[in-house]
Design a protein around this ligand. Sequence first.
Ligand code: FAD
Length: 375
Amino acid sequence: MQSRAPGFLRPEQSEPIVPIQEEKIRECCPGLKVEPWCGGKDDGVHPYWGPIRDSMTGFAVDETIRFRCSSGGAISALAMHALETSRVEQVLHIGPDPKAPLGNVTILSRSAEEILEGAGSRYAPSSPLQDVEKLLDAGVPTLFIGKPCDVSALRRLGRIDPRVDEVFPIKLSFFCGGVPSHQGARNIVASMGLDHETVAQFDFRGNGWPGPTVARDMDGRHAEMEYEESWGRYLSNEVQFRCKICPDPVGGVADIACADAWYGGESGYPQFAEAEGRSLILARSKVGRRLLQDATMAGYLVVQNLDPREIDLMQPAQARRKRLIAARMAACRLANRPVPDTRNLQVATAARQASIGALAREFLGTVRRIIQGRI
Ligand SMILES: Cc1cc2nc3c(=O)[nH]c(=O)nc-3n(C[C@H](O)[C@H](O)[C@H](O)COP(=O)(O)OP(=O)(O)OC[C@H]3O[C@@H](n4cnc5c(N)ncnc54)[C@H](O)[C@@H]3O)c2cc1C
């Protein structure tokens, strides 16, 4: 995977691809096919939030983990539990690139300390599956943490390669508002008055909930920005278009998906005021339910039941986007632009919950952006 302007990771072909590999790519690439959700709306699958076995809020019992991690530290605590109870021998996820701290590298963690080093949300491109073939060959039981599209790709690979579920018995994900290019973080650093070439450490958030965006340079200079500004003003503007038509941004095929359990404000929109971390935790499969129950019993997590209707108040931007992606995709189809296969992801059901006016505005807005060459 190579970084291409304005800073997205793209696959680079280094040798001829034989037809069987080509077919594998066609089946698994989430730009083309997204793994369908299990069940339909008659099985209680929510059109925005996907399949839900258990809907909870919670946080890591260990104060350091809760503080350091992105939301309440649920993902890291679950991974630590799986590792320390020998369900897996390692955790495949991402962390900051030591050579270019605005970016990410794929890491294999074999201890709680290493898991914590990779904790926190990193709003920059990542490719945690880049060495999946090598890991499948090595056969070491591994817990996987990745974006919803990464888990979708892994599930699809599992359809044609039976080793996937043996090597990756647990797959965790998070709600994803989209991946910004590296330019997003560079713009933050520039607005802080620092040079991105000399940044030695960069945290997008964490160390609190949501915690500030923090940059430190090689001369020891340090600057901070509130999360609301770094995401709202800089990062969200750099999100790639594929993410804006993502039919499964909620990790619907992960065993467990986590998100920010924001507290809804009076306006009906979430408050980003600093608070003690709290994760939204959705167990989606038998494997996920079991892991969540065991981690809670073993004292890694504290959880509380949550009525799934509450998620609408915590995640209004995700709900709105799911309602509107059908309109965005219709515009793409009209312009002969590629869109991913959205079968069994409740895109049409979600669209029926939007007003005709909102769908029409979104459709025309997307057509305009295509004509202006902004997509
Ligand atoms: C690009 C992006 C967009 C997001 N959008 C939303 C959103 O719209 N709504 C919402 O509620 N939550 C969103 N999140 C998720 C949220 O920020 C938290 O990650 C989630 O609530 C889990 O918190 P935690 O404390 O349990 O995670 P932690 O315990 O801190 O663990 C986070 C894990 O995610 C992995 N990770 C971090 N960044 C990436 C990345 N770029 N690619 C792959 N893996 C990564 C880390 O390696 C770590 O293992 C987003 C996260 C990212 C990275």
